[in-house]
Design a protein around this ligand. Structure first.
Ligand code: BGO
Length: 279
């Protein structure tokens, strides 16, 4: 028997708990994430000779701001390094949910998207080009309905196939505008050489430093390479202030939003508004 560990991440109300229940049935226990009072639900599914262990992470809209839920999620992904992450997204509210998706892409985890509430997507007549969205996000997408229990086996099947490398997809990077992208890559290259940071994606650390993330600052500023990185950050700020009259943090947020808007335009058609008949 092979063990696979999968973390579930998603916005509050995306149907994450419902999906966790559908995946694990009665094989569940609850504990706490270390050091905090946030409950940690764990469970497993036995599927085709694999024991797939699921950890239900707290619901979050983002991995940027500071709430205990966001910190727990980040810490778990960076330090416990699950084999993959299923990002549960609310199909009818895709645009808002993709903000977290872009940030999971930045963490460079192996990602699968459960396009949940797909029953609602169909009922509302929303058209989602799943193949096209897969290419843009650089991960497989499985339509699910946690309440109608559809797509559950397909999801388990994808977990196994991604784990075994049977299905490949080119991980996609959300590229920022040139001035940011250059700074991200240069800083990431400096961080990549630090053995104590090796469970972290150096690209993610670089993005977070440019976003002024205090937690990542205090993680990184104790290493000798910090002296050089601090200068690189100052230089990035100088350049973006001059060119855009804005600091990198603002531009990174803008670029994420632009990516999401582009993805929505390319892949999602809302239903035609029905004419109200006046009889
Ligand atoms: C209520 N399809 C549909 N149609 N609904 C779903 C699906 C799905 O695939 N998945 C979940 N829901 P959570 P988080 C509710 O509880 O799992 C529904 O926060 C209600 N409750 O049933 O809790 C799910 O863990 C009264 O809805 O989400 C739940 O991510 C009236 O989405 C809600 C209507 O799911 C959130 C709905 C008393």
């Amino acid at each position: 028997r092979k063990d696979i560990t999968v973390a579930l991440a998603g916005n509050p109300n995306s149907g994450k708990s419902s999906l966790f229940n559908a995946l694990t049935g009665s094989h569940q226990k609850v504990g706490n994430f270390s050091g905090v009072t946030i409950e940690k639900y764990e469970g497993y599914a036995d599927y085709n000779g694999y024991r797939i262990r699921f950890v239900d992470l707290p619901g979050t809209y983002s991995l940027t701001a500071y709430s205990p839920e966001e910190l727990v999620t980040r810490q778990y992904l960076a330090q416990d390094t699950p084999d993959m992450v299923i990002n549960v997204v609310e199909g009818p509210n895709l645009e808002r949910n993709l903000l977290l998706t872009t940030q999971l892409m930045e963490m460079e985890v192996d990602l699968l998207v459960a396009l949940n509430m797909y029953d609602e997507v169909e009922e509302q007549g929303i058209n989602i080009q799943v193949k096209q969205l897969q290419t843009l996000l650089g991960c497989h997408i499985v339509p699910t309905s946690a309440t109608k229990k559809t797509g559950i086996d397909a999801l388990l099947d994808h977990v196994v196939r991604v784990y075994e490398g049977d299905i490949e997809i080119r991980k996609n990077k959300l590229s920022f505008r040139n001035e940011i992208e250059e700074a991200v890559e240069a800083i990431a290259a400096e961080l990549a050489g630090e053995p104590e940071l090796k469970t972290y994606s150096s690209r993610w650390l670089a993005i977070k430093l440019l976003e002024n993330d205090r937690e990542v600052y205090s993680l990184v500023n104790r290493f000798p390479v910090w002296v050089k990185i601090e200068l690189m950050l100052q230089e990035a700020i100088r350049i973006t202030e001059k060119m855009y009259d804005a600091d990198p943090e603002i531009l990174i947020t803008e670029d994420r939003q632009a990516f999401i808007r582009g993805a929505m335009e390319e892949c999602v058609r809302q239903p035609d508004v029905k004419r109200v008949s006046l009889t």
